[in-house]
Write a protein that binds this ligand. Structure first.
Ligand code: PMP
Length: 308
């Protein structure tokens, strides 16, 4: 395979073309999902909250007792270098997802074939799926709550961002089998709203902004960004248990994620929020605050890709 024009990734100490990132099949990340990752994005080619994402990555590593063999500051520098080497491949209206992926590495027996000791460390980037998601900003996201429940914190904390996504993958498959355009938001084992495969949910009612408690969901960096911006704008922001009664009675709902930032919900299980507008007024105000905060119009960026 030619390596010309390929993105470059960091792989165990070296910057190599992506096609040369070959993880041994005996890596524990492949065998057991025994790995963690984190993903930020760029806005107009500038990386967003990298230190916060790397911090969260190290909290996930700590939870799984994986020693990455590398300090956070070094990983930040490597990530910036990966990005620098790949920006030339990006169109002016495009941006990247930027990810670190760290597995526990190989068990001793595998070293007969692969001499590697210690963690497997990868840093890579991928263009955002702007075209696929553009219509969500025009129409809103159709949320479906599948029967599959989010992993309970007693089993494995959803606050860690691990490579084992099967629980949310199953939830998403179920939601998409009901409606191919739907995004799953799983309920937790108590029947409260939890989160989706890569997003947090917020409900707005009577001007109060509510989101599920952190114990049951990943502490999204975009979730925190919206909570900060909403508080600054004078809204009261509450983390609490929310059920389908709350969802069906909400004036507005929106999802947050690294790629989406903030995106309106069109319906939950077919039931539209009461405000009737996409986005509703509070969602619009927070979207504007988000755009100002990142100094980039991500909504225009998505919409530009609508018919392209
Ligand atoms: N929940 C899960 C399970 C996720 O994978 C993600 C994506 N990282 C999120 C929520 C949203 O987090 P963030 O805003 O940091 O992208």
């Amino acid at each position: 395979m030619t390596t010309a024009g390929q993105r470059i990734a960091y792989f165990n100490g070296r910057f190599v073309p992506e096609s040369e990132v070959l993880v041994p099949f005996r890596d524990r990340g492949f065998k057991y999902g025994d790995a963690v990752f984190d993903t930020t994005r760029t806005f107009g080619h500038r990386v967003f909250k990298l230190a916060e994402h790397v911090d969260r990555l190290y909290r996930s590593l700590h939870y799984l007792r994986i020693d990455p063999g590398i300090a956070p500051a070094e990983l930040v520098a490597i990530t910036e270098e990966v990005l620098r080497q790949n920006l030339v491949l990006l169109g002016p209206d495009e941006d990247y997802w930027v990810s670190q992926r760290i597995s526990r590495g190989l068990d001793a027996a595998a070293r007969e074939v692969w001499p590697q000791t210690g963690a497997t460390v990868i840093v890579e980037c991928l263009p955002l799926p702007l075209r696929d998601r553009a219509s969500l900003y025009r129409d809103g996201i159709r949320v479906v709550t599948p029967a599959v429940r989010r992993t309970a914190p007693e089993a494995m904390s959803p606050r860690a961002k691990t490579h084992n996504y099967l629980n949310v993958v199953l939830g998403d498959l179920e939601a998409k089998s009901r409606d191919p355009q739907a995004w799953a938001i799983l309920l937790d084992t108590n029947g409260h709203l939890a989160e989706g495969i890569g997003s947090n949910i917020f409900l707005v009612r009577d001007g109060v902004i509510r989101t599920p408690r952190e114990e049951f969901v990943l502490a999204g960096i975009s979730r925190a960004t919206v909570m900060d911006l909403a508080t600054e704008a004078g809204f009261s922001v509450v983390e609490q248990d929310l059920d389908l009664f709350d969802a069906y009675g909400a004036d507005e709902a929106f999802l947050t994620s690294t790629s989406l930032c903030i995106c309106p919900v069109q319906s939950v299980n077919g039931i539209a929020p009461r405000s009737g507008a996409i986005p509703g007024p509070v969602t619009r105000q927070l979207t504007d605050a988000y755009r100002r905060f990142v100094d980039y119009d991500f909504v225009a960026q998505y919409l530009k890709h609508l018919d392209g």
